[in-house]
Design a binder for this molecule. Structure first.
Ligand code: ARG
Length: 463
C-alpha cells in the first residue's frame, strides 16, 4: 500500500493524539473481521448504487467508488492487501484504501451510513451464507447415517434406558434417531433466517438519516427480505447472533451425545462397534491401545459452543441501547463457534464412514437382561385377557424365577412357565425371540423392520 495524506486516523482532526500501540492492539478487530471483506464490499456497492439512484451522489463518483471497491476485493483475494491495525476494522481499512486508489471522492462512500449498521449488515449476510454450509454438511452426515442404516435394518441390538437393557431394537432405528435430531438442527438454523433477512443497512449510527435513502433498494440488492423497523433496536440487536450460537450449541450437543454413545459402545466392556484405524490413536506407553480420541474431541467441543453462547449472552446482559464497543466481540465468538462446528461436522462424517457394528456382540448383549419381558407382558394382555398391570406382575414373577434358575427367558421351558401361569400355552415361547419382538413394534415411529425400511425411503426422498 502506498503512503498518502490519508494515512492517519479518520478522527485525527478531533482526536489529536494517536492511541497507544497497546490500545491499537486490543481495540482493533481487523484480525478477526477481515473475514467479512466480501460482505462489506457487497454492502458498500449496494449502498453507493442506491445513493446514486436517489441522486445523493453523481454517476461519476458512484462508478469511481465501485471501481475502487472491486480493485480492493481483488487485492484482498490475491493477498496483496495490507490490513492495518491502526485502522481498527475492516470498514475503515477498506475506506482508507479507497482513498489511496481513487482519491478524495472516496469521501462520499460513507454518506448516510455508519459502521454500526455496516457491521451487522456484513455479519447477517455472513451468517446466512454459513447457514447454507452447515446445512450441506448436515446433509452429508444424514446421508452417511442412511447408508449405514440401510446395511443394518436387520441388525438387532439392545435398546437402553438408564444404560440397562430395555427392549431389542434395529440398529438402523437407533442410528436414525440421530437423523431426526440433525433434521431438527437444519430446521433450527433455517428458522433463524427470518431475522437474518431483515436489512440493517440505512439505520445510520442509531437514528436513521436525513438523506433521502431507499432502504428497499439495498434490501433487494443484498438479498434481504425487508428493512429493519427501528433504527435504535437495529444497531443494538444481537439476537440473531444468539440464535446462531444457540443453534450451533444444540447441533454440537447432538454430535456430543452420539460421540459419547460410540465411545461407550467401542469400550472393551461393551465392544458393540469397531472403530477403524483411521479414527483411533495409540498410547505412548500401552502398546495395545486404540483410543477413540476423535470422538472424545467431538464430545468436548460442545462445551466450547456453550461457552461462546454464554459469552454473548453475558456481553448483552445489562448493555444499554445502542452501540457499545462491547459488541465488537460478537464476530470472534460467531466465527469460533462456526469454525468448530464445521470441523466437528466433517470429522463426524468421517467417523460414520469408519466404524462397523459388531453384530454378534450386539445380538449377544440383546439376549441378556430379560429384554423381552415387556413382550411377555403384552402377550398376556392380548391372549389371556389380563390388565396390563396384572400381566406386568405375572411377568415379574417369571423374571424372578428365571433369575433364580440362572436362565434367560428364552431358556425357560413351557412346564416351568406354566407353574407360574397355568393358562400359558406353547406359543408363548415366540415372544422371547428377539426378531419377533422387533417385528412386532410396528406402531408409527416404532422399531419394526417394516417401519425402518419405510423411514429409510422417506429420508432418502427428502434429501
Ligand atoms: N468494528 C466495530 C464492531 O465490530 C464496528 C462498529 C464500530 N462502531 C463504533 N461506533 N465504534 O463493533
Amino acid at each position: 500500500m502506498t503512503k498518502n495524506k490519508n494515512n492517519h486516523a479518520i478522527w485525527s482532526t478531533r482526536i489529536k493524539n494517536s492511541n497507544s500501540i497497546l490500545f491499537q492492539r486490543v481495540g482493533s478487530s481487523i484480525g478477526i473481521d477481515k473475514r467479512l471483506y466480501k460482505e462489506d464490499i457487497a454492502g458498500s456497492i449496494a449502498h453507493v448504487e442506491m445513493l446514486f439512484r436517489q441522486k445523493i451522489i453523481s454517476f461519476k463518483i458512484k462508478n469511481k467508488i465501485i471501481y475502487g471497491l472491486n480493485k480492493i476485493e481483488k487485492e484482498i483475494l490475491n493477498k496483496k492487501f495490507d490490513f492495518n491495525k491502526k485502522y481498527e476494522d475492516i470498514h475503515i481499512n477498506i475506506e482508507k484504501r479507497l482513498f489511496q486508489i481513487i482519491g478524495e471522492e472516496a469521501g462520499y462512500i460513507h454518506t448516510g451510513r455508519s459502521r454500526n449498521d455496516q457491521v451487522i449488515t456484513d455479519l447477517k449476510i455472513w451468517i446466512k451464507a454459513s447457514t447454507k454450509k452447515i446445512h450441506s454438511n448436515l446433509d452429508k452426515i444424514i446421508l452417511s447415517i442412511l447408508k449405514l442404516s440401510e446395511k443394518n435394518v436387520d441388525t438387532i441390538m439392545p435398546g437402553f434406558t438408564h444404560l440397562k437393557n430395555a427392549q431389542p431394537v434395529s440398529f438402523a432405528h437407533y442410528l436414525m434417531a440421530y437423523i431426526e435430531m440433525f433434521n431438527r438442527d437444519k430446521k433450527r438454523f433455517n428458522n433463524n433466517l427470518d431475522s437474518l433477512n431483515e436489512n440493517p443497512l440505512g439505520v445510520g449510527a442509531l437514528t436513521g438519516t436525513s438523506f433521502n435513502i431507499d432502504r428497499n433498494y439495498t434490501t433487494k440488492k443484498l438479498g434481504f427480505k425487508k428493512p429493519t423497523n427501528n433504527s435504535i433496536d437495529t444497531v443494538s440487536d444481537r439476537d440473531f447472533v444468539l440464535d446462531f450460537l444457540y443453534s450451533v450449541s444444540v447441533c454440537s450437543m447432538h454430535i456430543s451425545r452420539i460421540s459419547e454413545e460410540l465411545i461407550i459402545w467401542s469400550s472393551d466392556g461393551f465392544n458393540l462397534i469397531n472403530l477403524s484405524d483411521k479414527i483411533v490413536t495409540g498410547s505412548s506407553i500401552m502398546p495395545q491401545k486404540k483410543n477413540p480420541d476423535l470422538l472424545e474431541y467431538l464430545r468436548g467441543k460442545a462445551g466450547n459452543s456453550y461457552g461462546n453462547l454464554f459469552s454473548m449472552l453475558t456481553i448483552l446482559k445489562g448493555l444499554p441501547l445502542s452501540y457499545f464497543k462491547d459488541l465488537q466481540d460478537d464476530k470472534e465468538i460467531v466465527f469460533r463457534s462456526n469454525d468448530t462446528l464445521i470441523d466437528c461436522l466433517k470429522i463426524f462424517d468421517e467417523i460414520l464412514r469408519n466404524f462397523a457394528p459388531n453384530k454378534k456382540k450386539m445380538l449377544e448383549l440383546a439376549n441378556s437382561g430379560y429384554i423381552t419381558a415387556t413382550d411377555l407382558a403384552d402377550y398376556l394382555v392380548k391372549n389371556h385377557s389380563m390388565s396390563f398391570r396384572e400381566a406386568y406382575k405375572k411377568t415379574s414373577e417369571i423374571v424372578n424365577f428365571a433369575e433364580k434358575k440362572k436362565k434367560k427367558l428364552n431358556e425357560l421351558t413351557i412346564e416351568e412357565l406354566k407353574k407360574i401361569e397355568p393358562k400359558l400355552t406353547i406359543d408363548v415361547l415366540r415372544v422371547f425371540d428377539l426378531r419377533n419382538s422387533v417385528k412386532s413394534k410396528n406402531s408409527y415411529g416404532g422399531t419394526s423392520f417394516e417401519n425402518v425400511k419405510r423411514m429409510i425411503l422417506k429420508y432418502k426422498k427428502n434429501i
